[in-house]
Design a protein around this ligand. Structure first.
Ligand SMILES: [Zn+2]
Length: 625
């Protein structure tokens, strides 16, 4: 999903003016707004709020200072969840409205400004005179549970009208002057039969926790290639002695045996014997149960080597691939340049056959990078209501697929509840009947697959060092970060069902429902709504808590290592005009010129890699002060 390289995050493809309200000028403590911007765009500060909401389409964060008398609030909204203009949009608002030394002054204590492009928008408020009782909480939301009465801020001026909140119900404290709706019934929901989600793995969790688990925000797991080829390795190693007899079997028998091997064993076989290498290799890359995960934006942008972290030689062998378009605003009516989105418009504004050309370009690129591909699923993480047809842009793109490539499309299906986390993923395939127009039919209503991240390219040289940093920060850290929620789900169930041999107790405050069978508590969590916000509370077990503390510490260390590496590179970058700076520049550009692994669409000096690198080294991507 959702993870995209800083290539996309940092790009400045669209520059639009912000709209300022209550005047313009340099607000007191505007530094706080720059800092919150960095937390949101660069440090994923919305993660908890996103996890609680079940998607990352909207986020609203507050940062209090001045002993709680002042705060800055940033809201962001993007139905695609990608926030491609996060850095630039917030910078525009700050420079034009709130940190503008040439402004005409503010009319009151609450200057604010917004920036909008289509459905992607950002809003910054600075409030230097907070009234008591303003909303707080990690996501800026506050919940009031019944029995209670809520009165503040209902009408303009506030404080007059009230709503009664019965027992077992709650409201979300509104930020604007709107009447909150009373939500009830969650605590009774255990009587309902919950649909078992197929997104979040269900267990039973009998194995130990995999602290290197990778997952998406929605709870789908991804297997890094290094794990894919390591699974079961021990068995292979320990049986080497007996295994020698195997080589005396006739070749066709050996091949028959190979067909039962898992990926890890085949990977070992490819390295053990030259006689069987070809057969093992063929079987390894043609395993239909393994789907290699590829970013759709990379192929739309021309599939240039410099813009991916994947090993291109490995891609060329893959036969079963999933192309993930999560976060791509307009698949068929977008324009790309050197790995960056240049425009995404309504198809009416483009030449008539633009979508057909885009489709043809996509398949040509896919064929070039994956010459052996036989089956591809075009997927998205957009959620559709139950019963919705296959996403139109995906089927249109799929219908342009060349002969010999079987093509499916896939996206999430929501439960009937509005904010529920996605419950399952549909897979559609085209049914062709002679003479009739083709239709797309659901062939799997709860599609799962072993989603494997391709092997990493060997990043080397100055460009490689920088690209590795970006990979660690975006993909590696984020996949590990999102997996923590799955680990707590697993730990909770394992603790009760296996360690205590007792029903699993939902650990969220005021819930306490109990579940006897494996998977039931995960299903309950996935279908639960606002009352199950934030991190899953850990069960009352010291060993587990210590293990999670240790894990959290290693995640912090991972960020620390990234910061240290960046600091080291900035040190090396040196001062403007220095000999050191010139030397580093020369080497970086030289590698861009000579190294095919980093080839892009443009000359080194005009390339996006070079632009992002300079901005990053000049500290313009990450800190303001
Ligand atoms: Zn619960």
């Amino acid at each position: 999903m959702m993870l995209l390289s800083l290539f996309l995050l940092g790009m400045a493809q669209i520059s639009l003016a912000a709209t300022c309200f209550e005047g313009t000028g340099k607000a007191a403590n505007v530094k706080q707004a720059w800092a919150l911007r960095e937390q949101i765009c660069g440090r994923n500060a919305c993660a908890n709020s996103d996890a609680a909401r079940g998607n990352n389409k909207y986020c609203n964060l507050f940062r209090y200072y001045n002993s709680g008398q002042s705060y800055v609030q940033i809201e962001r909204n993007d139905p695609s969840g990608k926030y491609k203009n996060c850095w630039d949009a917030l910078e525009n608002i700050l420079q034009q409205c709130l940190d503008n030394p040439n402004g005409g002054g503010f009319k009151n204590n609450m200057p604010n400004g917004n920036w909008r492009f289509g459905d992607e928008w950002y809003w910054i408020h600075i409030n230097n005179n907070v009234t008591p009782g303003a909303p707080t909480g990690s996501d800026g939301k506050q919940y009031v549970k019944g029995p209670n009465r809520y009165c503040r801020g209902l009408a303009h001026g506030g404080g007059q009208a009230c709503v009664d909140i019965p027992k077992g119900c709650y409201i979300v404290v509104p930020i604007d002057n709107v009447t909150p709706s009373v939500k009830c019934g969650h605590l009774q929901s255990h009587n309902h039969t919950v649909m078992t989600p197929s997104i979040v793995p269900k267990g039973p969790w009998t194995t130990s926790l995999n602290w290197d688990l990778h997952a998406t925000l929605d709870g789908e797991t991804r297997t890094p290639f290094r794990h894919h080829i390591r699974a079961g390795q021990q068995q292979t190693d320990s049986s080497n002695g007996n295994f020698l007899q195997f080589w005396h079997l006739p070749l066709e028998l050996q091949q028959h045996v190979f067909s039962f091997c898992d990926g890890a064993t085949l990977w070992q076989l490819m390295r053990m014997s030259s006689t069987t290498r070809d057969e093992a290799k063929k079987l390894f890359w043609s395993d239909p149960t393994t789907r290699y995960h590829i970013y759709g934006w990379w192929l739309l942008a021309g599939g240039f080597p410099g813009h991916t972290h994947d090993d291109l030689e490995a891609l060329a062998r893959m036969q079963y691939v999933e192309v993930d378009f999560d976060g791509v605003i307009s698949i068929l009516s977008s324009g790309w340049e050197d790995g960056e989105l240049k425009f995404a418009c309504k198809s009416a504004d483009l030449p008539k056959n633009y979508a057909e050309q885009q489709t043809a370009r996509f398949w040509t690129t896919l064929r070039r990078r994956f010459p052996r591909i036989i089956d591809v699923v075009l997927s998205d993480e957009r959620s559709d209501k139950p019963g919705a047809p296959a996403p139109n842009e995906l089927t249109q793109l799929a219908e342009g697929s060349p002969q010999g490539i079987s093509t499916g499309v896939s996206c999430f299906q929501l439960d009937h509840k509005r904010h529920a986390r996605p419950m399952s993923r549909h897979l559609w395939r085209q049914s062709r009947s002679d003479g009739n127009p083709s239709t797309w039919e659901v062939v799997d209503a709860a599609w799962t697959r072993r989603s494997v991240l391709p092997p990493l390219k060997e990043h080397s040289g100055p460009v490689g060092q920088y690209r590795r940093l970006i990979y660690e920060e975006s993909d590696h850290y984020m996949y590990s970060h999102y997996a923590r929620q799955l680990l707590s789900i697993q730990a909770t169930e394992a603790y009760y069902l296996h360690t205590r041999q007792a029903p699993c107790v939902c650990p969220f405050p005021d819930c306490g429902l109990q579940f006897k069978l494996p998977g039931q508590w995960a299903a309950h969590y996935v279908s639960a709504d606002a009352a199950h916000e934030g991190d899953v509370p850990l069960p009352p077990c010291e060993t587990l808590r210590a293990a999670f503390e240790h894990h959290d510490m290693s995640m912090k260390l991972m960020l620390q290592r990234i910061d240290d590496e960046r600091a080291r590179m900035r040190e090396e970058w040196g001062d403007v005009g220095s000999q050191q700076r010139n030397h580093v520049k020369k080497q970086f550009l030289q590698q861009l010129r000579d190294d095919a692994l980093y080839a892009g669409e443009k000359a080194p000096e005009e390339s996006s890699i070079w632009r992002h690198y300079q901005r990053d080294m000049d500290d313009k991507l990450y800190t303001y002060g």
